[in-house]
Design a protein around this ligand. Structure first.
Ligand code: C5P
Length: 222
């Protein structure tokens, strides 16, 4: 069967990576979490004390270091050079700075280049903010996942609890809203539904139902 590209975009904590991972496993496709790449760069900027507003220094970091993924049976591990940063990039210091780092044109150019390389042969499920609009504009399937901010904050709250990260619910909700605001108002490739994307509101849906809804869309393409 033809290997297609599936782009899944949407705001913070809309369930993109959870369903993207499941779909990739079912289809035996590559899964690419582009948010993890921006997070890994932000982690590096924190480690190397690079100012989040310093576009050229940040772009330089992209050239000096290698961000990569390693797929295991159960999870996708994220590496910066030889250091595993899977958990570190989910910590609040990274989460609260990543949208500043990700707004820069030079940073996005470097990241998009890497992402396009990963997706060039098809057979990929890629999630992010600009996959359908900028990274894989020719993707056969484009999904835009949304959900109410309360539900998204609740999901993230539970996820954090499971990972042992302590967060206050209201703060989390504000942080999600702020990140969405920054991501959707930036000049370069803002978070935006592609004209040809199918919007799915996941409020009140469980993971299986979201996966099913996306599979319906895929089945009309294959
Ligand atoms: O998907 P996740 O919430 O982990 O993404 C973290 C951040 O990375 C987003 O809030 C956004 O600032 C940035 N991002 C982006 N473009 C993407 C994926 C993520 O700007 N394609």
């Amino acid at each position: 069967m033809k290997k297609i590209s599936i782009a899944i975009d949407g705001p913070a904590s809309s369930g993109k990576s959870t369903v993207a991972k499941i779909l990739a496993k079912k289809l035996n496709y590559i899964y690419c979490d582009t948010g993890a790449m921006y997070r890994a760069l932000t982690y590096l900027a924190i480690q190397e004390k690079v100012d989040f507003e310093d576009e050229s220094e940040l772009a330089e970091l992209c050239l000096e270091h290698v961000i990569s993924f390693k797929q295991t049976e159960n999870e996708q591990l994220v590496f910066v050079d030889d250091t595993e940063v899977t958990q570190a990039i989910r910590q609040p210091d990274v989460t609260n700075a990543v949208s500043i780092v990700a707004k820069h044109k030079m940073v996005r150019e470097k990241m998009v280049e890497l992402q396009q390389k990963i997706g060039q042969a098809g057979g990929v499920v890629m999630d992010g903010r600009d996959i359908g609009t900028a990274v894989l504009p020719k993707a056969e399937v484009k999904i835009f996942l949304v959900a109410s901010v309360s539900e998204r904050a609740e999901r993230r709250f539970k996820e954090n609890q499971e990972k042992g990260i302590t967060t206050d619910f209201d703060t989390l909700k504000q942080e999600i809203e702020h990140r969405d605001y920054l991501d959707s108002t930036r000049t370069v490739s803002p978070l935006k539904q592609a004209d040809d994307a199918v919007k799915i509101d996941t409020t009140g849906l469980n993971i299986e139902e979201v996966v099913e809804a996306i599979e319906q869309v895929i089945s009309t393409t294959l």
